[in-house]
Design a protein around this ligand. Structure first.
Ligand code: FES
Length: 105
């Protein structure tokens, strides 16, 4: 499923992410800068933080309490912030556009 990452400098990464994996795993495999995922996807580091395109945020499953708590540790959190290790790739998310927060890259 095609997922798009936008780096703060405007570079666009279009990734073919395997369904069932996390969006973070796909970003790591494709060397998207700023997605460090220090904890390896355990929802324990907040270095996989992304901004979700406002028009698409409703397509995502709501945050679990663990993600909400960990997001408090991310930099420059906004209403459309999510942790990309907690977003599961599925075909309906085709074209999902995620921006890497500037201070993270
Ligand atoms: Fe650590 Fe997502 S990879 S919180």
């Amino acid at each position: 499923t095609a997922i798009i990452f936008l780096a703060p400098d405007g570079t666009r990464y279009e990734i073919d992410a395997p369904d069932g994996s996390s969006v973070m795993q796909a970003a790591i495999r494709n060397d998207v800068p700023g997605i460090d995922a220090d904890c390896g996807g355990a929802c324990a580091c907040a270095t996989c933080h992304v901004y979700v395109d406002e028009a698409q945020i409703g397509q995502l499953a709501p945050m679990e309490a663990m993600e909400e708590d960990m997001l408090d540790f991310a930099l420059d959190v906004r209403a459309n912030s999510r942790l990309s290790c907690q977003i599961r790739v599925r075909p309906e998310l085709r074209g999902l556009t995620l921006t890497v927060p500037p201070r993270q890259a």
